[in-house]
Ligand binder design. Structure first.
Ligand code: NAD
Length: 464
């Protein structure tokens, strides 16, 4: 088999020039082109689901139901919404005028930005690649997608299907890792939409700054879950478990990173979690087919290092088993690991779940406030006042009360981070807006011209 040709800065430059020509020729601007491309994306979802599921099984050992629901179905919903709403989204929005501009009319026009770059992550390789592309196409841009090299089967399938179904004069996929992404980042883009770690987010932003390119950074962080004793414990732990181990085995950006509860309530939470974990995954969860595996040995070793710190491994209250050959780590619960341990300093992004205990819930909220702003923060309680206090005093990309991660399925809510967890947002109309320039357009009349604004200036004119 012939070796794949390297993709370098010259190829990246040629690619951007080609796409810019298409954009400048107006290929992507029209409603019909946008609709056609979106319909083609829908065909990919409808006709190729088994291949998508198989690629996700190869890359992550992802269970079929997880792949169908969290990748393909979410994408279908996203595309259908864009198809239904596109005319409304594209329509200029009337703006009020004032006495200063009278007589005039004004509107806000959503203008495509031009040629945009989408760089995506490996954990939900289809959703995180195609969902931003839906926004880019809906808004009338030419787009290059760079999927993650850490999910190679998904990356290859994305490249194949997008080349087969989409207009290659304006939509392209570049596969590759750091070298290829660096070559792409040297080019001038009109927007860069990046999903990945905060560490690489800084690399992306620095590269974008050279060309004054705006960015959306969809990053991660340590998303906390606060559990109040005034809750339905069974429902609470079932939702936490499925939000942690049932979503790519903790390798999800909105996955619960750690739990905060009171000293008195923690034993009850742990007992309930053990019971429900066994109900879901059996006595030997390492054998369960309903959980993804760790993506690769690098991430397996990273997670092992978090777990192997002496003051951390002593705190395991459930799980802890590891199998490097099969890239599996059991669902693992830890109680009261030190706040300055590695596991409490880095985003875990895997099946380990520390529980921290404090004297009361206000102290739990303080722990969250004292740390970098997370992508999501969760609270389980019946207490109305507590819900309100959490929503108003805790800062996070998004907040969910009494569930995990479901906010990302609601297209009426923006999805994105704040502070360390990112900037900008997407989903639904927010995706369209992320890839549009809101152009102010004012139509003035040539009638009713006033002398006040013209020199020679005089107080007398003001009294006219
Ligand atoms: P990553 O930052 O390692 O890689 C993401 C992308 O960046 C990949 O396409 C990769 O090829 C590219 N990349 C890696 N190193 C690079 C470099 N030096 N220069 C240029 N490009 C480079 O992230 P990841 O491991 O793929 O994903 C995990 C992280 O992403 C976690 O922090 C997670 O929370 C976050 N994440 C966020 C969201 C979200 O929607 N906010 C979704 C999924 C994952």
């Amino acid at each position: 088999m012939a070796a794949k040709k390297m993709f370098g800065a010259v190829d990246a430059s040629v690619l951007v020039t080609d796409l810019r020509r298409s954009f400048d020729d107006g290929v992507t601007r029209g409603y019909e082109w946008r609709v056609t491309q979106l319909k083609q994306l829908l065909i990919i979802c409808d006709n190729h689901e088994p291949e998508i599921v198989a690629a996700l099984r190869d890359d992550l050992g992802k269970p079929e139901l997880e792949s169908s629901v969290y990748e393909v179905s979410l994408l279908r919903n996203s595309i259908k919404l864009a198809l239904k709403q596109l005319k409304n989204w594209m329509a200029p929005e009337k703006a009020k005028t004032s006495l200063t501009t009278f007589p005039a009319s004004a509107e806000i026009v959503s203008e495509p930005l031009g040629v945009v770059l989408v760089i995506s992550a490996w954990n939900y390789p289809f959703l995180l690649s195609i969902d931003p592309v839906i926004g880019a196409i809906s808004a009338g841009n030419a787009v290059v997608l760079k999927p993650s090299e850490l999910a190679p089967a998904s990356s290859a399938l994305l490249a194949k299907l997008m080349e087969q179904y989409l207009d290659s004069s304006a939509v392209r996929v570049v596969e590759g890792a750091v070298t290829e992404t660096t070559a792409l980042l040297e080019q001038k883009w009109d927007k860069i939409f990046y999903t990945g770690s905060s560490k690489i987010g800084r690399v992306i932003m620095a590269a974008a700054a050279k060309h004054l390119t705006p960015v959306v950074l969809e990053l991660g962080g340590k998303s906390p879950v606060v559990v109040d004793s005034d809750t339905d414990l069974k429902v609470t732990v079932r939702r936490i478990i499925v939000g942690k181990w049932g979503c790519n085995n903790g390798q999800a950006c909105v996955s619960p990173d750690y739990i905060l509860t009171t000293k008195e309530y923690a034993p009850k939470v742990i007992d309930a979690m053990k019971k429900e974990l066994e109900t879901f995954y059996g006595k030997n969860p390492m054998e369960s087919k309903d959980m993804s595996r760790i993506v690769n040995s690098t991430h397996f070793d990273r997670l092992s290092k978090l777990l192997d710190e002496k003051e951390v491994s002593d705190k395991i209250v459930y799980g802890g088993e590891k199998d490097r050959e099969n890239l599996k780590i059991a669902p693992t619960i830890l109680l009261d690991v030190p706040l300055d341990s590695l596991i409490m300093s880095e985003e875990i992004f895997g099946p380990l779940l520390p529980i921290l205990t404090l004297n009361n819930l206000e102290e739990c909220f303080d722990v969250i406030r004292s740390r970098p702003k997370p992508l999501a923060a969760y609270l389980f309680t019946h207490n109305k006042k507590l819900k309100e206090r959490f929503a108003t005093t805790v800062s996070a990309g998004g907040i969910v009360v009494n569930d995990i991660a479901v906010h990302l399925a609601l297209h009426t809510l923006p999805f994105g981070g704040v502070g360390e967890s990112g900037m900008g947002a997407y989903h639904g109309k927010f995706s369209f807006d992320a890839f549009s320039h809101k152009k102010a357009v004012l139509y003035r009349s040539l009638f009713g011209d006033s002398a006040v604004r013209y020199p020679p200036y005089s107080r007398g004119k003001l009294r006219l």
